[in-house]
Ligand binder design. Structure first.
Ligand SMILES: Nc1ncnc2c1ncn2[C@@H]1O[C@H](COP(=O)(O)OP(=O)(O)OP(=O)(O)O)[C@@H](O)[C@H]1O
Length: 300
């Protein structure tokens, strides 16, 4: 049984279909990537999972059961637009939110102190949100989402606005939560984060699912189009090989775009005949390339 399942979920605003028949499932201890261009329907999907808005069609199932108010206690949410009160102290605010989700005052305080230590900012306990920098406010938002140890965690652009050190800190925290069994629905525009964290993904475009599956399987569906060739000297005639569409000279070799898989072997043979080859790789497509292709193709 999956921890979270969406079955043909639809949301319509007046005459606008914001989400059109999305289906997906998230296991215990899994980070699921929900991707899409601006306005694709990610936030609407997340808000439906949280029970903040209701689907017009389809089903959302949590541990095998439909939505009920008690689920608020097992869900955590870091919204894209954040949402902590600027004038309220970190301790008052996060402890209150944790108690709303079923924790005792004592456990809420203990958990908050743990997370502030974990993020190396115990001194923020008595600070008001408005006194913190934007990135640090975001860390407090993250703590507010996880303070009650939710089973299902919804992260909308969790790493935006953070410096590289804090991105690493939050990323390692997200991995730890996954490893301790949390199911995470994760939305971002940063494809390298998805490559690092997510096993399965859905790419939405204009409310519809355009790509779905495991990252590994999706990558195998798309052709390998980039060849990197490291050589000790010049290689002539690469452009003339059938199936080669672009050749870029690099410091120590070439980056070659191919349209036919057969071109790769011919590139290697030509290079070996003219020079010493110290690197040859037919690269699998990046998620960035797949995203641009999928969204571009469905635009057409
Ligand atoms: N309350 C609303 N009333 C009317 N339309 C809405 C409402 N909320 C969202 N929409 C529309 O639904 C579509 C999906 O919006 P949504 O916020 O889910 O996109 P998103 O994928 O999260 O985008 P972004 O990456 O920009 O955050 C958009 O066309 C948006 O204009």
């Amino acid at each position: 049984m999956q921890r979270l399942q969406l079955e043909d979920v639809v949301k319509i605003y007046a005459d606008k279909t914001a989400v059109n028949q999305i289906s997906l499932g998230v296991d215990e201890g899994e980070i699921y990537g929900l991707l899409g261009a601006n306005g694709a329907g990610k936030t609407t999907t997340m808000r439906m999972v949280l029970g903040l808005i209701y689907p017009d069609e389809g089903k959302i199932i949590y541990n095998g059961k439909p939505y009920s108010k008690e689920l608020r206690q097992i869900m955590g949410y870091l919204p894209e637009e954040r949402g902590l009160y600027p004038k309220v102290k970190v301790s008052d605010q996060i402890s209150y939110l944790a108690q709303l989700r079923g924790m005792s005052a004592k456990d809420a305080d203990k958990s908050l102190r743990y997370w502030l230590e974990r993020f190396e900012v115990p001194e923020y306990y008595n600070k008001k949100i408005e006194e913190l920098s934007k990135g640090n406010q975001q860390k407090m938002g993250f703590i507010a989402a996880v303070v009650h140890r939710p089973q299902i965690l919804i992260l909308d652009e969790a790493f935006s606005g953070l410096d590289p050190v804090n991105v690493e800190l939050l990323k390692s925290t997200v991995k730890e939560l996954r490893d301790s069994g949390t199911s995470i629905l994760f939305s971002t525009h940063r494809m390298e984060h998805v490559e690092e964290l997510c096993k399965n993904i859905t790419i939405l475009h204009r409310s519809n699912t355009v790509v779905q599956g495991s990252l590994k399987e999706i990558k195998s569906r798309y052709p390998r189009e980039d060849v990197t060739l490291g050589t000790s000297g010049e290689v002539n005639g690469l452009e003339q090989i059938a199936g080669v569409s672009k050749v870029d000279r690099l410091e120590d070799g070439y980056l070659i775009r191919i349209e036919a898989a057969s071109a790769a072997q011919q590139i290697l043979q030509l290079a070996m005949a003219q020079s010493t080859v110290h690197r040859f790789e037919v690269k699998e497509p990046t998620l960035n390339q797949i995203f641009i292709k999928a969204v571009g193709e469905s635009n057409e």
